[in-house]
Design a protein around this ligand. Structure first.
Ligand SMILES: [Zn+2]
Length: 129
């Protein structure tokens, strides 16, 4: 059961769909090999740039990975809207609340369970919302 109404869910859905579309475009640009080549070529010299290129590729992968993770979160949240379980905590089945969902539309847990979850996975630098 969720205490947020369809209108609120709708506004969040539109927000998330727009964000997802933006994210997909951005990630596609980031994965464009032509762009990446230009980026690496800035420092034309081949001496120690294998490491530099590696670093750039690693950084890119990390960013792309983050974006993909975010896209997955958005997709999952949109799926939950479809299945009618959006806004319900996956741990305790309590309402997550519109206030929290406005701040974190992809939130899967209520604040109580989220802080518990973050304590349990404190070593994870990017706990999922
Ligand atoms: Zn909960």
């Amino acid at each position: 059961m969720s205490n947020i109404n369809n209108k609120q869910i709708d506004s969040l859905r539109i927000l998330m769909e727009a964000e997802l579309a933006k994210l997909v475009t951005k990630t596609r640009d980031e994965m464009n090999p032509e762009l990446k080549t230009n980026y690496i070529d800035i420092d034309g010299d081949v001496a120690d740039d294998e490491a530099v290129a590696d670093t750039i590729v690693d950084t890119d992968n990390a960013i792309i990975g983050l974006h993909l993770q975010k896209a997955r979160d958005l997709n999952a949240a949109l799926d939950r809207i479809q299945s009618g379980v959006y806004g319900v905590c996956i741990d305790c089945s309590d309402d997550i609340g519109f206030e929290r969902l406005s701040a974190y539309p992809t939130a899967k847990r209520c604040i109580k369970c989220q802080s518990l979850h973050e304590k349990m996975f404190a070593s994870n630098p990017t706990p999922s919302m």
